[in-house]
Design a protein around this ligand. Structure first.
Ligand code: FES
Length: 82
């Protein structure tokens, strides 16, 4: 967790920035998983290769699947069928 101060119309506003870790073993954050999904890593196998998620104890796999689904709901992938 990080607290930043923002000046907004002459007032100082403190804002708390939270970082959620999806994978503790490899210190992978939700933001990193979302970015990887946006870059095309849409399954756990690819994320495991790219970020190491799920390659140690495996407790993060369910959370990773939820982040993948959430990100794909935001940015659906469309495949063109020839
Ligand atoms: S928490 Fe991700 S492999 Fe252990």
């Amino acid at each position: 967790m990080r607290i930043i101060s923002i000046y907004n119309f002459g007032k100082v506003v403190n804002e708390v920035i939270c970082t959620m870790y999806v994978c503790i073993c490899h210190a992978v954050t939700e933001k990193q998983v979302r970015q990887a999904v946006s870059d095309g890593a849409v399954d756990v196998k690819t994320l495991k290769q790219k970020l190491g998620v799920g390659s140690e104890c495996g407790r993060c796999i369910q959370a990773t699947l939820e982040v993948i689904q959430s990100q794909m709901d935001k940015e659906p992938c469309y495949y063109e069928v020839a």
